[in-house]
Every structure is written in C-alpha cells, then in structure tokens.
Design a protein around this ligand. Structure first.
Ligand code: GYE
Length: 327
C-alpha cells in the first residue's frame, strides 16, 4: 500500500516537473474557469485549525513551504480552533473560485452543508490531518493524515507492557469532538481493556499547553492517586509537567507521562526523562498534500485515504533522534 502511494507520488512529481517547463508568472486575468489559472498555476484555499500546538505550527510551515516549492498559490486562513471561522473561510474560497480547497476540520461533524456548496461549485476538497464524520464521502476527494486510533493503541500497548504496578490513569483529551481526540481515546481504551489500568479522570485540555496545565492542576487536587497521565498531545503533556512540578512531584517518576506528536519540546522532555513515552504523529504533510492537489485538479484518480507513516519513541530513542528533529 505504502509503496503504491510512493510510486504514485513519484509519477505526479514527474508530471508536475514536465508541466512546469512552460514558465508563467503572476496572476494574469483569470477567466473564472473552475480549473487552474490561465498561467497553469493552481490556487489552493487552505483552512487551518489554528495555532494551538507545536504540531500545528510545524504543519502550517510544511504546507506553506511545500506550496511554494510546488508552484501552488496558497490562500491560507487560521480559524483559531473555531468551526464557524473555518466554514467562513471555506465559503470565501468558494467565492474566490479557487481550484482546490484543503482543510483540517477542527471537529468531525457539521460539514455537510458547506462541503455541498463546494461540490456544487465544482471545487474539489481534500481533507488533511483530521477526518470528518459524514455519510456522504463524495463531499471530498481524499483524506491525508494519520491513523489516530492506531496512535492511541500504541500508547496503551506501551503502558500495558511498562505499567510497573501503575493503575490509575488520568487523560488529557484533545479538542472535544475532534477526530484525534475521539480516536486517540478509543485506541488507548481498547488497548488497556481487561488490565488493571483504568482511566479515573478525563477532561479536555483543548490541545494547548495552558489547557493541559489547568486540567492537571484540577486533577492533582481532586484525584487521590494518579499513576499515569495520558495526554493526547505533547503540549498538554508539557503543561501537565508544570502542574506536577508545582505540586511537588517528579514528572516521569512519581507520575508516568505518555503523549502523542513527538515535536521538539516533547522529545526534549522525553530525553530528560520527564515524559516516558511518545507516539509520533507526523505534521509534515505539505509535499503529499500538494501532490494530491495537482492530481485532483487535473481530474486524476487519487486513493480515498492516504495514511502517514509513524513511529514511537522511548527516552533512549529520543536522545538519539533529538538532534535530527526539525520541528
Ligand atoms: O496531535 C495536536 C494538534 O490534528 C493531529 O492537533 C492533529 C493534532 C495534534 O493540535 O498537537
């Protein structure tokens, strides 16, 4: 499957390189046709979730750099984690008659109406990073991103094998209703089922450092025995570390910490032993997204789902990987 995608991506790249030869600059009067601009330049409208985490910052940078490299004109908006802002941005891209819309849906539900508007305007949509929950899969061409259930499972499997007598887990959930929050919870719960491990408290920290810190402060006051923190991303885990230290406990020792993402700050804490395990979630989706966009605009077939390849890190592995970490 992966090999197939790589071969396909290489073919797109080759096609794109050949097509680039005709030069073309600027935005010479668009005819309003629902295809690429007259000069062959594709315009993409990208509705980003926000700037809530280190992962998101790296993801935004990757998309902007890859668009530039691919010669795609990027219209970019930041929804500040609000669905209504993302819907507004998508509507404005439809009005501007962009060639392709890509977005990372902040929550899973409530997209059908606006996606139908895009479909009626003949503008293809690509989901990146997060999925939507809709019965109508004709509303988008493909979904590029991680398998979040699998990530949650990896976190739970590691804990199962390294529990060392730990029982009580508190969970810092991502944004309520977001695909990674729903799926990372599910994968983790499935993995620890039938063991002594139990989620004794769970609450959203909205994928932010301050959210993770606040929720952890409350947990430390209200939950009598906390053995493990399972945070749906590094940022919330890092916030929890601050709260744990402030409560006079040692993160990574008195309380085990497991997170998802593996951004530089997370990996630094992992290498220092303050986090115990990180499941990687790759934010560098830009190149694959631009390849898919070119194909979709050209009317070519694309696979309905493209899953990103990911790994996991222990503290020892983080020490080796840290110098290479670019985000
Ligand atoms: O894990 C988190 C970010 O959707 C995979 O969103 C993404 C998640 C990521 O805020 O850090």
């Amino acid at each position: 499957m992966l090999k197939k995608i790589t071969t396909a991506a290489a073919a797109v790249l080759l096609a794109a390189l050949t097509a680039c030869g005709s030069g073309g600059s600027g935005d010479a009067g668009s005819s309003g046709a629902p295809k690429a601009n007259d000069d062959g330049k594709i315009t993409m409208g990208f509705a980003q979730v926000g700037a809530e985490s280190g992962w998101r910052t790296a993801n935004t940078k990757s998309i902007q750099e890859s668009a530039e490299k691919a010669g795609i004109e990027l219209k970019f908006s930041d929804a500040q984690q609000k669905q209504e802002n993302q819907i507004k941005a998508i509507r404005s891209y439809i009005q501007q008659k962009v060639d392709v819309i890509a977005f990372s849906p902040v929550v899973e539900t409530g997209w059908d109406a606006v996606l139908l508007e895009a479909k009626r305007a003949n503008i293809p949509v690509i989901l990146t990073d997060r999925a939507v929950d809709s019965d109508d899969t004709s509303l988008y061409k493909t979904f590029l991103g991680s398998d979040f259930v699998e990530e949650g499972k990896k976190a739970g499997e590691w804990l199962k094998a390294n529990a060392g007598g730990a029982k009580n887990v508190v969970e810092l959930q991502g944004t309520t209703g977001a695909a990674p929050a729903i799926d990372r919870k599910k994968g983790f719960e499935d993995a620890i089922q039938g063991t002594d491990l139990k989620i004794v408290a769970t609450q959203t920290g909205d994928f932010t450092r301050s959210g993770g810190k606040q929720v952890m402060e409350a947990f430390l006051k209200s939950v009598p025995q906390i053995d493990v923190v399972y945070a749906h991303n590094d940022d919330m885990g890092l916030g929890a570390i601050e709260a744990i230290k402030a409560a006079g406990k040692v993160p990574g020792k008195d309380i085990k910490i497991i997170t998802v993402d593996a951004v530089k700050d997370g990996m630094t804490a992992l290498a220092a032993g303050e986090i115990n395990f990180i499941v990687e979630c790759n934010p560098l989706l830009g190149d694959q997204l631009m390849d898919l966009a070119k194909k979709v605009v050209a009317g070519e077939e694309v696979p309905p789902r493209v899953v990103t390849e990911e790994t996991t890190f222990t503290s020892e592995q983080a020490k080796t990987e840290l110098p290479n970490r670019k985000y």
